[in-house]
Write a protein that binds this ligand. Sequence first.
Ligand code: ADP
Ligand code: MG
Length: 282
Amino acid sequence: MNEIYEAQTTTIVTPQILLGNHLKALKLPTFAREYDKVAMEAAQDRADYPRYLLRLCELERIDRERRNIERRIRLARFPQTKSLDTFEFTAQPSLNKSLVLELARCEWIETRQNCIALGPSGTGKTHMALALGLAACQKNYSVAFTTAAALVHELMEARDERRLRALQKHLNAVRLLIVDELGYVPFTAVGAELFFEVLSQRYERGATLITSNLPFDEWTSVFGSERLTGALLDRLTHHVHILEMNGESFRLATSKKAQRRSTQAPNAITRASTEEGKDSKI
Ligand code: ADP
Ligand code: MG
């Protein structure tokens, strides 16, 4: 910066260049990009200086909010983008829609509660977790999305590399931790302990969303220990919202519909029956 001030006094530097430098140093990129255009508009509207500055401030704040949300979404590491707008509630009658809409307002994250989505494969649990995660990012909460298997793998790796503390600290700090697909892969004893530790440390400190294809009474098969499962469920379900998603697989229902259509339109039979075959394995 000193060089700039020296340059200002010793040589002729255009105010635009200096202004550009100052705005960059002050981290006001929208000011820098828009001040000229807004100045012309202000002149046309005969707006006074405070109004001119106000317009620039508003633009900067709007843009900053957008950049923050984009950053939250990037850091959350969602595998895909899904939102509630594309979720068909009619396809999942067991799901409490008003509860979902309430959860999308994110008060449960503010009050550090938990949410568990339960149901068989294909019922939209991951879609729901992604949509609620996105809603949280849009409200400027920090979010981390992972699967149970990936989380345990990462914890074990961190432990072997003596950076478990740092990872635990990161997982503790995030406002919403989403753990997808608990139940598909059973944990080793060490894996189960490490998973338990994360959730135990987050108890009443941060919100956690878990999705599982297993009802609670089968969670012991994942953790391998009744004692640990009991202690985990005790903490997890103290302040919890349960999303029951026990309907039919959306993929299966969609391909069944496609097959019904193909019976009416013989040309489409081959493609639809291939899809049915693929989805029925889920
Ligand atoms: P799960 O995680 O329960 O196995 P997914 O969320 O992966 O199920 O859903 C499978 C596919 O079906 C995804 O592409 C998802 O977007 C879609 N899907 C599931 N349920 C619905 C629904 N009710 N409305 C719209 N799309 C849905
Ligand atoms: Mg899933």
